[in-house]
Ligand binder design. Structure first.
Ligand code: 16G
Length: 260
């Protein structure tokens, strides 16, 4: 760690009269140092003992601040080797006006795509799936759940449901669902996507290699064939630190007002 960064802790020592709890002051100093680039991705933090001595605070206080920053994804701890500034994610900017597949999106950016299978098979549909896909209780639903990985970084967990008549062999889709649907004339032409904030649960956070509880995006996509029939109902969790969804907005002319 550079001398400039060392000063973070010395400054804290001088300003520790400000009233806020010490661990919050330390947390903020470290966060500011990361944001200002004084310490960068991959840089090691001094040991707990060293920080405590430099800032003249207790090791318990240091531990509390560091643990908070690990939870928030600012720092990472590696067993045996210490605490480091977390690697910065290269954010993916994703347009909200084009109906593309994950494989196409990543290929366009020159990123190597792969998926890890979480589930694929034919099941009795859930009430949600029956309603959205228009299935009756004696029909089957095809489920395709994958961890989507680009350049070795897990970016999203996608759980797609389709009617079994549209996808009778979910295990045979290969690397792209949309490419498989295209072959049978079932590729969607329109979709409605709903994006909401979600704090990641333990299991999802583990798969996405982020701390549990961190902010993510819950995305629900319902896709349609040209006939208007729903073909895909996908619920996904995207990493909040990896994605910017971008929509272009235009001023509505009087003739278009009130149109959906
Ligand atoms: C996108 C879609 C997902 C679709 C997948 C197909 C979102 C949020 N999701 O990731 O609904 O199933 O593409 O990708 O955009 P694939 O053809 O590479 O399997």
């Amino acid at each position: 760690m550079s001398e400039a960064a060392d000063q973070i802790f010395a400054t804290l020592k001088q300003s520790s009269q400000s009233g806020a709890p010490l661990y919050l002051q330390l947390r903020k100093s470290i966060e500011d140092a990361v944001n200002r680039g004084l310490i960068g991705p991959g840089d090691a933090l001094p040991s707990e003992r060293d920080i405590a001595t430099k800032a003249d605070i207790s090791r318990v206080t240091v531990r509390k601040a560091v643990q908070d920053l690990v939870k928030g994804g600012i720092l990472v701890q590696r067993h045996g080797s210490g605490t480091f500034v977390a690697p910065r994610m290269e954010r993916v900017e994703q347009s909200l006006s084009r109906l593309t597949s994950f494989t196409e999106d990543m290929a366009r950016r020159g990123m190597a795509v792969r998926s890890a299978w979480l589930d694929r098979g034919l099941y009795a549909p859930s009430p949600d799936e029956m309603m959205v896909l228009g299935l009756s209780s004696n029909e089957l639903v095809a489920r395709v759940s994958r961890l989507r990985i680009a350049n070795d970084t897990p970016l999203a967990i996608e759980r797609a449901s389709l009617s079994a008549s549209a996808l009778p062999d979910p295990a045979g889709i290969g690397s792209s669902l949309y490419a498989a649907l295209e072959l049978t004339g079932n590729r969607p032409v329109r979709a409605v996507q709903r994006i909401s904030a979600a704090n990641l649960g333990d299991a999802d956070a583990r798969l996405l290699e982020v701390p549990p509880g961190i902010a993510g995006l819950h995305i629900e996509r319902i896709s349609y064939l040209a006939s208007g029939k729903v073909i895909e109902f996908t619920r996904s969790i995207y990493r909040g630190d990896a994605y910017d969804f971008v929509a272009e907005l235009r001023l509505t002319g009087p003739s278009e007002e009130g149109r959906p």
